[in-house]
Design a protein. Structure first.
Length: 258
């Protein structure tokens, strides 16, 4: 399922049978048919085409957020845990705890409201919210690994601190971070849909699952297909990413495969 969704996201502009922004008021609120498999919305736009292109938008935002958040989080958390002392106290006790004191989605709403809507600003806001989890996870793994015998042996043999960190510690903390990437991407896609639903995310006419659900609120009973198809796609994507994360965790951790 995750592979199929990824392929749909990559090929969406070529798979979409209609221009997702093209309006045709003569067929507005039309139910699913052979011409429009998912029906049309209040402006006569083809929902199937909008869902396909919305897949590309959501996956692109999710990947961008995960990439930025993981790189920043791993760098900050890894250096903090490795150096320890005052650096670790400041990063963990001040920066990370201060950011985690705010509910993540409220912080994202505040940032987007301040910066304004738009995909780039949305990615920035979600990244500010997301890197903290990667930093805390990486710091915990680094603290555990750097106390192991092979790290102490490498240090005793004269390896530089940079070499110990890059070649001995980082490769051994990748496993939980890879699992967190899948979960984080699912969370980023949900957050994007939530913010777009509120009108703070992807701006029209670019289709987004969240903005499509927002447009469907006024037609919940007379055109329920406007709600059903974006919701099913969002649910399937998030569920697939979580299942992939669980499978990856079981594959990487031999203790869970017994």
């Amino acid at each position: 399922m995750a592979t199929l969704i990824a392929v749909v996201g990559l090929l969406a502009p070529w798979l979409a049978p209609f221009d997702p922004s093209a309006q045709d008021l003569e067929v507005r609120l039309e139910g699913p048919s052979s011409n429009h498999p998912f029906g049309t919305d209040e402006l006569g736009r083809d929902i199937f085409s909008r869902v396909l292109v919305g897949t590309r938008v959501s996956l692109g935002i999710g990947l961008s957020v995960v990439l930025i958040s993981s790189v920043v989080g791993v760098a900050v958390g890894g250096v903090s845990g490795f150096l320890g002392g005052r650096v670790d106290t400041f990063v963990t006790g001040v920066v990370i705890n201060a950011l985690q004191a705010f509910p993540g989605i409220l912080l994202a709403i505040a940032l987007v409201a301040f910066l304004g809507p738009g995909i780039a600003k949305l990615i920035l806001a979600l990244s500010v919210m997301g890197w903290v989890g990667y930093a805390r996870l990486t710091r915990g793994q680094v603290l555990k690994v750097k106390a192991l015998d092979f790290v102490e042996a490498a240090t005793a043999l004269g390896a530089s601190r940079r070499r110990v960190f890059v070649f001995h510690i980082l490769p051994n903390v990748v496993q939980p971070i890879l699992v967190q990437v899948g979960i984080g991407m699912a969370g980023a896609i949900l957050a994007e849909a939530f913010l777009s639903f509120l009108g703070l995310g992807v701006t029209p006419p670019t289709p987004s699952w969240g903005s499509m659900l927002n447009e469907a609120r006024n037609h919940l009973f007379d055109a329920p297909h406007m709600v059903v198809f974006p919701s099913v796609m969002l649910m399937a994507t998030v569920m697939s990413l979580n299942l992939v994360s669980d499978a990856l965790r079981d594959w990487l951790d031999p203790k869970t495969s017994v």
